[in-house]
Design a binder for this molecule. Structure first.
Ligand code: ACO
Length: 430
């Protein structure tokens, strides 16, 4: 960080003007450091939704929303998606650089030898109704992990932080698959460590003890890519939640459970589920023919209908992950002989119409990663209500990398936003 510029804030109420340092990062917009504002003037800034507020300093992920660029530790997402697998991506996010061959092998071994969960965890699942939303199950079970690993919960110890990080990355596929198996009444599958991370997950999801499960490499690669594309995304709602929860000193398992809860919402990780539901409903209503009417509803503000999988707080050009996801979508559907999938047809037509419509053009609304990821996941056999769990699995590494970065920052403080109070002023009970 360099600090060579200054910003001056002046007031119309007689408060003396005040100068703030302006910091420049490695790239991206400068930030005005207003930390001394309240002490000097007795005033707060007001920025609900963090539209103009950088809440932390980070070296992990960079997004240029206007260019449609996403970098993990400096590497473009397109190159990572092409040349790395998910575990190498995890190593990169956690350690700052890509692993060499030995580091990659060791990291793989370590993660794959932490994939089992404590046998008692199975009882947690039995406490849930079979029709519980799997995200409800996941929030509970990931939070519950903190009850099992007292040996590594000293967050001031960097070794403990790394052990917890590995445990989370390693056990998430097991827990997600258990949530699915529980919902359909099939036995839990134990991990098989000689498979790749993603192939092992697919086996735990779709295999049964009755017969051997042979993962299809095209489908494994597709799911691995979904994991890579969702691995981190800078200071989004769930990541900021993890940081805020962690800022109080809470243990990493509890913080990740808070992140999962935030991810669940349809404006965030729930969008891929909501998008597929939208495409399904359109198909049932008459398919491609009904798109015009649907677009009219989306544009009518009183209808509260949104084009799910479109729009992004940061990307105002295109979401680079959406392009990669569309590519994967074609590969998977071709592999499975589903090129004529009716939902894909509707999705493509809807995208084409929206991209030419003034409403979307003026507001810079483009497909986001979730527009096509639902179609891919459905083709892989993943049920709709599991989509957000897959997102949570993928994002766990990003959350934990961001959490660890925050904890190791010597300037870290508990997060405590302020407010503009507009309620009753002091009054007495009569
Ligand atoms: N469909 C229709 N209109 C939209 C959409 C959409 N998907 N997204 C934004 N708009 C409109 C808004 O109504 C608003 O219109 P106005 O200026 O006339 O009031 C304008 O575009 C700006 O949108 P905001 O809501 O202010 O943008 P914001 O940055 O707050 O929201 C968000 C971004 C939440 C992603 C929004 O675009 C949305 O709800 N999209 C659909 C859900 C979705 O796909 N979420 C996934 C995000 S990616 C992820 O989490 C991995």
């Amino acid at each position: 960080m360099t600090t060579t510029k200054k910003a001056t804030l002046s007031f119309s109420d007689g408060t003396p003007s005040i100068e703030f340092p302006v910091h420049s990062g490695a790239t991206g917009p400068d930030v005005i450091d207003i930390r001394k504002l309240y002490g000097a003037t007795g005033k707060f800034t007001f920025d609900p939704g963090f539209l103009s507020t950088a809440a932390c300093e980070s070296k992990i992920t960079y997004i240029d929303g206007d260019k449609g660029e996403l970098l993990y530790r400096g590497y473009p997402i397109e190159q990572i998606a092409e040349k790395c697998d998910y575990l190498d991506t995890c190593y990169l996010l956690l350690n700052g650089d890509l692993p060499d061959a030995k580091q990659s092998k060791d990291f793989n071994w370590t993660v794959m030898h932490h994939t089992m969960v404590h046998e008692q965890m199975t009882r947690f699942f039995q406490g849930f109704r079979r029709d519980a939303h799997p995200m409800a199950v996941l929030v509970g079970c990931v939070g519950a992990l903190s009850a099992f690993y007292h040996d590594s919960l000293d967050i001031s110890n960097s070794e403990h932080r790394m052990i917890s990080s590995i445990r989370l990355v390693a056990k998430m596929p097991t827990l997600v698959a258990m949530a699915y198996k529980y919902s359909i009444g099939q036995p839990f599958m134990y991990p098989k460590n000689d498979l790749s991370y993603t192939a092992n997950f697919m086996r735990m999801m779709f295999g049964t003890p009755c017969e051997e499960y042979t993962p299809n490499p095209v489908l494994v690669k597709a799911l691995d890519r979904i994991l890579i594309l969702h691995a981190d995304h800078e200071q989004n709602a769930s990541t900021s939640t993890v940081r805020l929860a962690g800022s109080s000193g809470a243990n990493p398992f509890a913080c990740i459970a808070a992140g999962i809860a935030t991810l669940w919402g349809p404006a965030h990780g729930g969008a891929n589920e909501a998008c597929l539901v939208m495409l399904d409903e359109l198909q049932r209503a008459g398919g491609v023919e009904k798109i015009g009417e649907f677009i009219r509803q989306v544009k009518d503000k009183s209808s509260n209908v949104k084009l799910m999988g479109f729009g992004h707080r940061v990307y105002k050009n295109y979401d680079p992950r959406a392009k990669l996801m569309r590519e994967t979508c074609y590969e998977v559907l071709e592999e499975l002989g589903l090129e004529n999938d009716p939902l894909l047809k509707i999705a493509m037509k809807l995208e084409q119409i929206a991209l030419e419509d003034d409403y979307f053009v003026q507001r810079k609304l483009y497909p986001n990663v979730d527009y096509y990821s639902g179609i891919v996941q459905r083709a892989l056999g993943i049920p709709t209500d599991m989509f957000t769990c897959i997102f949570a699995l993928a994002r766990t590494v990003g959350w934990i990398a961001q959490w660890a970065e925050m904890i190791s920052d010597p300037d870290q403080k508990i997060g405590r936003p302020r407010q503009l109070y507009n309620g009753s002023v002091r009054r007495d009970i009569r």
